[in-house]
Design a protein around this ligand. Structure first.
Ligand code: PLP
Length: 464
């Protein structure tokens, strides 16, 4: 097909559009700059269509209608709710952990009213923002002291910068982790000014490997939890207890980056055994860092617990000011941590833990109830069935644990599974699932109650 250069001349000019009454009408709801950008976008699209050989409508009413539609689409919030049907509980791309109702309430109050964020109500003078969660963290983990920062990457950076700048940090070659989003231990180390001293091999590192490199330049023995992968087979890792004993003999601090720090042993729910924060503190680590929004189920935060002398040093580092935690996060974190005083309550009220531990029979019931809802008004050409599937914890935690679950599997006699996936993703809120064996799957483990009627409503519009 040949393009239609004469048609290009028929595209109205921006100046002409500015003179139409519609321009003033649109200005009632938006800024002149934004409106002009949208007008130009629509005109560029027309031009592209013509150059590709199409003959788009170029009359003014059509163009104004398209501008109006674009304005409406752009008015919806860019950061928006989505329905998570992927079965990945701590989905980093979809916002990791959902907050408990108690945490949300605290966020609302702290955002709406002034607070004692940095005000000591007893003394009537300046207080510390860290005071709100420090005692709770000490109580829950058994550590001597605690500090919270923006995220776990910040926690690791702050610890290395404070304790090991210009000195050596010993790490096993099997633990040089990359976490999604470009957090890599060797690079964080380089940025902090600490010098990485790799020891051992990918699969085996022995205590003697650590011992052999200790000099007066050694500042830290660092253990990194291999959160998102496992080295299996012919392997040896040095237990934390042995590293601690070595550190004590040579007067070198021992730190563990736990990644997804859990307070509850999840192996009793059939998941892989992972050390809890409490275990790691008890084993004698001087500094322990972990995320607030992975298995802990709170807001994005980096939590550091350990010996007082080190935590105090971290707190006094000017970098801490740049990495500091925000008040809304603190509000959510305090409320989440409080729930851990009663483990049953934590398992019930913290969404990440509730989703992780929901019994299979309950998931089956959920799947059946969604199935009934979807079949009330069956969409033409769409088949729905309940299939067994496996969910994942996600968030770079428990990479070997697959949790048995149920999903609704959708197939269509005319659309491919990737077309179904695309259409579900275009709803508002978007519905995100995954494709397995040519079916579009919605895992009920990560769906919320209010998602059910919405999914049914979306499916009803399928033939339209
Ligand atoms: C997830 C993770 C991090 C990064 O934590 P963020 O809270 O995402 O900054 C660092 N180290 C390990 C071992 C992790 O698993």
């Amino acid at each position: 097909m040949n393009p239609h250069p004469p048609l290009l001349k028929k595209i109205p000019s921006v100046t002409l559009l500015l003179e139409q009454p519609e321009f003033e009408m649109c200005l009632a709801d938006t800024s002149r700059k934004h409106l002009l950008n949208v007008i130009r976008e629509v005109l560029v699209e027309k031009r592209k269509a013509i150059l590709s050989g199409f003959e788009p409508e170029l009359d003014l009413p059509t163009i104004w209608k398209e501008i109006g539609m674009k304005l409406t689409a752009k008015a919806t919030d860019h950061l928006c709710r989505v329905v998570n049907g992927t079965g990945v509980i701590v989905h980093t791309n979809l916002g990791r952990s959902l907050l408990a109702a108690q945490a949300l309430e605290q966020v609302q109050t702290t955002g709406k009213y002034y607070s004692n964020l940095e005000f000591d109500l007893e003394l009537g003078q300046r207080g510390s923002r860290y005071s709100h969660v420090e005692d709770l963290l000490i109580e829950l983990t058994g550590a001597e002291a605690a500090l919270v920062v923006n995220n776990n990457a910040a926690a690791v950076l702050l610890a290395l910068d404070t304790l090991a700048k210009g000195k050596e940090v010993v790490v096993s070659r099997g633990q040089l982790v990359e976490i999604g989003g470009s957090f890599r231990i060797p690079e964080v180390m380089a940025r902090s000014g600490a010098v990485l001293r790799e020891v051992g091999t990918t699969n085996k590192t022995h205590l003697r490997d650590y011992e052999a490199v200790l000099t007066d330049q050694t500042a830290l023995l660092l253990k990194v939890h291999t959160s998102n992968y496992r080295i299996v087979g012919f392997t040896t890792e040095v237990p934390l207890e042995d590293l601690v004993a070595l550190g004590q003999r040579h007067n070198v601090a021992v730190m563990e980056d736990l990644g997804s720090g859990s307070f509850i042993d999840v192996s009793r729910f059939g998941l892989e055994k992972e050390p809890t924060v409490i275990d790691v503190v008890k084993a004698g680590a001087d500094v322990v860092t972990f995320s607030g929004d992975k298995l802990l189920g709170g807001p994005q935060a980096g939590i550091i617990v350990g010996r007082k002398i080190y935590i105090q040093a971290l707190r006094g580092n000017p970098l801490n000011r740049a990495l500091r935690i925000d008040k809304l996060t603190l509000a959510a974190l305090e409320a989440t941590l409080k729930l851990y005083r009663n483990q049953e309550q934590a398992l019930r009220d913290i969404p990440t833990l509730a989703q992780l531990t929901i019994p299979l029979s309950k998931l089956h019931e959920r799947a059946k109830s969604l199935y009934r809802l979807l079949n009330k008004n069956p969409a033409a050409g769409i088949t729905v069935e309940i299939v067994p599937t496996t969910s994942q914890v996600g968030g770079g935690a428990l990479p070997l644990s697959f949790l048995n679950s149920y999903a609704l599997a959708l197939a269509s006699d005319k659309d491919s599974s990737s077309e179904i996936e695309r259409r579900f993703r275009a709803f508002s809120p978007p519905i995100i699932g995954r494709i397995e064996k040519e079916h579009f799957l919605l895992d009920v483990r990560t769906l919320q109650k209010e998602d059910f009627p919405f999914i049914a409503q979306c499916l009803k519009t399928w033939a339209d």
